[in-house]
Design a protein around this ligand. Structure first.
Ligand code: ADP
Length: 584
């Protein structure tokens, strides 16, 4: 089946050629007209073959228009030919053939085509009449009227239909464009949604960023991306992906904000850098070295606050479209919200852990203090009762030993209460010092002697190199610190294990070290023992104590401008080092 109007016209012409053969065959022409009549049929047949050939040929738009005009002109010649050969008699009905080229031209070329061919065809029939059977003005007028009107009406109709068709086509194209755009937006929204879900998929920043970057790749392709957060006034890289991810500004890298691209986005504006070779920022050289030429940097925006930036780089110059700029700005806000949520969660978790730790410390303290108070108290009460009830029955030596026990235990109690009081004063900031000139060498000797006198199981030896200078400080408090360190060393040493106290002066500081041969202190507990109530848990081997001594000792050392530290693990036992500045 023919599909195009041109193909229909070829078929129609072919049918008409057959009809013309029949008509010419049966018509009784005057003998001089017969050759002309067959010539007209032959010409018509040639035109039909030509039209078939043209219709089968693929032509460009302009050539097609020219071919159509040619065929209409040839059809007009055919029509004029037939009208002429049939004009040997007046009132010939085939004269109406002149309307066919008019209709054809009007259909093909609209109003203009209709009017032009109307004028040509009616003019031709009038000329034929004038030459042949003679012109009748009434008939000629009617023919002009019908010819021009046909051209006008058909041409106008065709123009209207064409205009309508163009409008419908334009609307269809617009609808298609809108559908595509809508589809694209839905895709973008879905991917943005996936990005948001990826950001919320973990409460660890690193993991959340990793998942986000994986989704981002599908949404806005990039050769390199980096997420940078503003931390304590520096630009800290949190995550990178793509070119040079592990080498150029890798995660954990910190740079000053001043003069960086982050400073530019801090105002909340997105920065599109079409050509990095203009080298506006120090980072540009390194990005260029990776073959990157353009960059899109969006702020991580929380309300009016910028907490960092997300940067995407590509190897082409001016590689980011407006849609992408808008999208990355939106992603910047998503990332900022995720960062805020994760940080809030982390802060909350730390607080809860700290509260739990404090609450545990308090519970430990209550049980410790009650335990530490109860046992000496029970001993004192027991000894006092025995003395009271059996005074006469006891020998003088037995009385002495009970009284000594009462003395020792009350001293322990007094020391314990003293530690608790000191701690609360340190915390309240009312722990006072009485400053004087202190001969440290003597203080060390006294503390060592006292420890040696108090027990015989653990020998305490002292070595002071080159004597110790005098410093300005609180003698009693410094003695308390050294007493505590040596007491601990003795307490945690096995029987016979030596405690060595050494002191040196170097680089404007006096360093007094107390070393023992005890179990030492695990590295992960070394911070804890200086905290209030901080003790090392050694199941089955714990010694009595409150965990306040080292807290107080470090506070005293720091109040003197010095420090107190521990080292343990390299050699057996633990070494506590008290450092005091000579200037004091
Ligand atoms: P206390 O000895 O009263 O518990 P301290 O504050 O003096 O309190 O010591 C805190 C903790 O540090 C102790 O409970 C103990 O676990 C640990 N410690 C202190 N000195 C030593 C030491 N020389 N060897 C091993 N552990 C020690």
């Amino acid at each position: 089946m023919p599909r195009r109007p041109g193909q229909w016209l070829v078929l129609l012409r072919a049918a008409l050629v057959v009809a013309a053969v029949v008509v010419v065959g049966v018509t009784d022409f005057p003998s001089s007209y017969v050759p002309w009549a067959w010539a007209a049929v032959g010409f018509f047949a040639v035109v039909t073959v030509l039209s078939a050939a043209l219709s089968a040929t693929e032509l460009g738009r302009a050539a097609r228009v020219r071919a159509r005009a040619l065929l209409i002109a040839l059809d007009a010649v055919v029509a004029v030919g037939f009208i002429s050969v049939l004009s040997y008699q007046t009132g010939e009905p085939y004269r109406a053939l002149y309307l066919i080229p008019i209709a054809e031209a009007a259909l093909r070329f609209g109003l203009v085509g209709g009017l032009v061919s109307g004028a040509v065809m009616t003019g031709s029939t009038i000329a034929i009449d004038a030459i042949g059977p003679g012109l009748q003005w009434r008939t000629a007028f009617a023919r002009v009227l019908v010819g021009v009107l046909s051209g006008l009406v058909i041409g106008r109709l065709r123009d209207t239909i064409n205009a309508e068709r163009s409008r419908v086509e334009a609307r269809a194209a617009e609808a298609e464009r809108l559908r595509d755009e809508l589809g694209h937006r839905v895709d973008v929204l879905e991917t943005a949604n996936r990005c948001a879900r990826a950001l919320g998929s973990s409460l660890e920043l690193d993991e959340a960023f990793g998942a986000f970057i994986r989704e981002l790749r599908a949404l806005v392709p990039f050769e390199r991306t980096a997420i940078v957060l503003l931390e304590d006034g520096t630009a800290t890289t949190m995550a990178t992906a793509g070119r040079g991810a592990g080498e150029v500004f890798p995660p954990g890298n910190s740079d000053p904000v001043e003069g960086s691209v982050l400073e530019r986005v801090l105002g909340g504006k997105i920065v599109v850098r079409r050509d990095l070779s203009r080298r506006e920022f120090p980072s540009d050289d390194r990005l260029l070295a990776l073959g990157l030429q353009s960059e899109l940097v969006a702020p991580l925006q929380l309300g009016a606050r910028t907490i960092g930036m997300i940067g995407l780089s590509r190897e082409r110059i001016d590689a980011f479209s407006e849609d992408e700029v808008e999208l990355v700005a939106l992603l910047g806000r998503l990332v900022a919200t995720a960062v805020q949520n994760i940080r809030a969660y982390e802060a909350e978790r730390r607080r809860v852990e700290e509260l739990a730790r404090l609450s545990q410390l308090r519970a430990d303290f209550v049980s410790l203090v009650s335990h530490e108070l109860r046992s000496p108290m029970a001993a004192v009460i027991g000894a006092a009762r025995t003395l009271q009830d059996r005074w006469r029955m006891l020998s003088a030596a037995q009385r002495e030993s009970f009284l000594a026990l009462i003395g020792d235990e009350t001293s322990r109690l007094a020391a314990l209460v003293g530690d608790v009081l000191d701690t609360s004063r340190i915390e309240a900031g009312t722990f006072s010092y009485r400053l004087e000139e202190v001969e440290l060498g003597r203080v060390v000797d006294e503390a060592v002697e006292a420890a040696a006198l108090a027990q015989q199981e653990v020998p305490v030896v002292v070595s002071v190199r080159g004597g110790l200078p005098t410093i300005r400080g609180d003698r009693a408090r410094l003695r308390q610190v050294l007493g505590n360190l040596i007491e601990n060393a003795v307490k945690y040493s096995p029987e016979g294990g030596e405690v060595r106290v050494s002191a040196v002066t170097a680089n404007g500081a006096i360093r007094i070290a107390v070393r023992d041969a005890g179990p030492g202190i695990p590295r992960d507990q070394q911070i804890r023992i200086f905290e209030k109530f901080g003790r090392v848990d050694v199941p089955g081997a714990s010694k009595p104590g409150t965990g306040l001594g080292l807290f107080i000792a470090r506070s005293i050392a720091e109040a003197h401008g010095g420090s107190l530290d521990v080292s343990s693990g390299v050699e057996p036992g633990a070494t506590f080092t008290l450092t005091l500045p000579v200037g004091g």
